[in-house]
Design a binder for this molecule. Structure first.
Ligand code: HEM
Ligand code: HEM
Length: 280
């Protein structure tokens, strides 16, 4: 079968599988929320105000603004992109496409800024995203916590290993979706040198569009879970990240803490009678 015949079939399957996932994931998250209620996690967080401990709670404003810009643009891109794919209401297609390109430009500049920030700013944070072998080994323990098979998850860094994998893959998929997008806009000029690998220019475009579409689904599905976990697991971090509302209780003042497992040189925080014990 020729690639140009195969791609439409793959497209159909991607539509079916991803739309099913998009419907099933919120049901799964609702089930997870029920688990949070039944296991008392909601009570512990919202009533007893025990939220995760952060080694580095301060997140500079530009970092948070970059995230907010990202969220707004990604929502705009996903909506306009899905409209390009499924024109689900009557509108001017060309205008929607230009909205898509507008958000794409902003998100591209924002992405480059965020990369620069993590390495070269006064508050570089690239080390927060480094995934060590030690962290990879605790992934099953983190999954057990999310599956309610354990009360705590190992705390080796501010971001747990699954968070790091998600953030690193967001960063890796971003250039793929951006470059495939640019190659679709300027295909006539950019693609002829590689067109012979795929047969002809239209097939090359179709192939790159499929990659673009797959990345689109990756972002949609992962963002749904990311947003749910961000809000349900750490509401104070969410309020701080999005609305600059500083957490009411600072761990340093001993008003809030959570038992976290200690490994190696890490510090253990435990709440005891309202004061924070600092053990080594
Ligand atoms: C970052 C830079 C991006 C650029 C330059 C870009 C550009 C484009 C272009 C040129 C198209 C094809 C329009 C056409 O058929 O004429 C397209 C389609 C699309 N884009 Fe983007 N885009 C970008 C990012 C994104 C992102 C981040 C998402 C989703 C989160 C997204 C979702 C989509 C979808 C769903 C389609 C329709 C694909 C299809 O029907 O197969 N795009 N984009
Ligand atoms: C409604 C949607 C979203 C919500 C509610 C949300 C929430 C959050 C929160 C609260 C954090 C801070 C976690 C912490 O420091 O403990 C965070 C971090 C992060 N989020 Fe999101 N997020 C959303 C969408 C996105 C999207 C669309 C992307 C990228 C495509 C993204 C990428 C990231 C990354 C890379 C981080 C790491 C920290 C940083 O950027 O400084 N998020 N998110």
């Amino acid at each position: 079968m020729k690639l140009s015949q195969l791609i439409p079939i793959i497209y159909n399957w991607v539509d079916i599988v991803c739309l099913i996932l998009l419907s099933v994931i919120p049901i799964g998250l609702l089930g997870h929320m029920t688990g949070n209620f039944l296991t008392g996690r909601i009570y512990k967080r919202f009533v007893l105000k025990k939220w995760p401990h952060h080694d580095k709670p301060f997140k500079p404003l530009p970092r948070r603004l970059a995230h907010l810009t990202h969220v707004i643009c990604m929502v705009g891109l996903a909506l306009t992109g899905m409209y390009i794919h499924f024109p689900f209401f009557d509108a001017n297609r060309i205008i929607i496409k230009y909205f898509h390109y507008f958000f794409a430009f902003i998100v591209g500049v924002n992405y480059i800024f965020r990369l620069w920030w993590s390495f070269f700013s006064d508050y570089p944070d690239s080390d927060e995203f480094v995934l060590t072998w030690k962290e990879i080994k605790v992934i099953p323990a983190v999954i057990k916590y999310y599956a309610f098979m354990a009360d705590d998850k190992p705390h080796l860094a501010d971001f747990n290993p699954m968070q790091k994998i998600t953030y690193l893959s967001f960063a890796a998929v971003m250039p793929i979706i951006g470059l495939t997008g640019i190659s679709l806009i300027f295909g006539e000029w950019l693609l002829p040198p590689i067109a012979r690998f795929f047969g002809d220019l239209p097939t090359t475009k179709l192939f790159l569009r499929l990659i673009h579409y797959l990345c689109n689904w990756f972002f949609i599905l992962f963002t749904v879970v990311h947003a749910y976990l961000a809000i349900s697991e750490d509401l104070p971090a969410f309020l701080y990240f999005f609305f600059n509302i500083e957490p009411a209780h600072h761990e340093e003042h001993g008003e809030h803490g959570e038992h976290v497992e200690s490994t190696g040189s890490h510090t253990e925080y435990q709440e005891s009678g309202g004061s924070l014990e600092h053990e080594h």
